[in-house]
Write a protein of this length. Structure first.
Length: 88
């Protein structure tokens, strides 16, 4: 089973949670399902979240497109660091 682990620094947990809830339907259309959301206990400004994904290659490409568009619109936009995990 494939997953995407995302780490975002500088955004409050509540804000990230609201955004993920707002984007849940769009994520589901792309085959991405939020499994976990954490706040780093040692770094409160760091939030991590884990998606289970149906098609890792598709989601990886889609994330690159979404992030490139976001950077084009605002070069300073905070984007999560993404780790793509392929499970067996």
């Amino acid at each position: 089973m494939a997953h995407i682990l995302a780490k975002l620094t500088g955004a409050p947990l509540g804000t990230v949670k609201q955004e993920l809830e707002h984007d849940a339907a769009g994520h589901a259309e792309q085959g991405m399902y939020l499994e976990h959301l954490w706040q780093n206990a040692d770094k409160p400004d760091e939030v991590l979240f884990l998606f289970q994904v149906k098609d890792l290659a598709h989601c990886k490409q889609r994330m690159r497109e979404v992030h490139a568009k976001a950077r084009a619109e605002n070069p300073d936009v905070p984007l999560p660091e993404m780790t793509f995990l392929d499970g067996f």
